[in-house]
Design a protein around this ligand. Structure first.
Ligand SMILES: [Zn+2]
Length: 205
């Protein structure tokens, strides 16, 4: 990494307040959680052999907050309410996320927040990892974030906002060229976001 890139790098910080699970009372959560288990079975969310998790699912709440699967939950097949936290606020320029719940929010929460910010009608965001789908989407010219915008940075969040606004629709797919194997789907409902991911599976698997 060169000096200017280093200077431009804003470290991700999280402000987390431990709190009881609220997921069960959030509309759409149950469908999201069941859908996440299906994605786990397809290998699209999970954990690497070293234990590092990948992929996460979120649903917008009715007060400007959103509920997201927590960091370090990737290895669990079924999460249930305890696997989710509420992101109450985020600041893209400061790369800071405030959350509360039984698990912490991952740095990828910022990518979900960016979609919700850019698209007021988006209700659910799903982030998966897949070598096959990622490579195919790049090849086939899907909307993408730049290769020099790495995971968990304000650059990535800004690139997602630009991508979502450019598409100008309440549903869409984005391939994160600077985040290897990373793909984002969003839609007006949990089902719509899940169906977009499953559509990619059928198309490319
Ligand atoms: Zn990722």
């Amino acid at each position: 990494m060169n000096e200017s890139a280093k200077e431009g790098y804003v470290k991700y910080t999280a402000e987390h307040t431990p709190a009881a699970a609220v997921a069960a009372g959030v509309p759409g959560w149950k469908e999201l959680d069941e859908g996440r288990t299906g994605l786990y079975d397809l290998g699209l969310v999970g954990a690497l052999p070293n234990g590092v998790g990948f992929g996460n699912t979120s649903v917008r709440m009715n007060n400007g907050e959103f509920l997201i699967s927590g960091t370090a939950t990737g290895g669990r097949r079924a999460l249930g309410p305890d696997g989710y936290c509420v992101v109450s606020a985020f600041d893209i320029e400061k790369n800071r996320v405030s959350s509360r719940g039984p698990v912490k929010a991952s740095a990828e929460s910022m990518s979900h927040g960016a979609v919700y910010l850019a698209c007021p009608s988006a209700l659910s965001v799903i982030h998966i990892h897949s070598r096959k789908i990622f490579d195919a989407m790049l090849r086939d010219g899907y909307p993408r974030t730049p290769a020099d915008a790495p995971y968990g940075t304000p650059e990535m969040a800004r690139a997602i906002i630009a991508c979502v606004k450019e598409q100008g629709r309440s549903r869409g797919l984005i391939v994160m060229a600077g985040h290897d194997e990373g793909v984002i789907a969003y839609g007006e409902s949990v089902k719509e976001a899940l169906d977009l991911v499953l559509g990619l599976c059928h198309k490319y698997n």
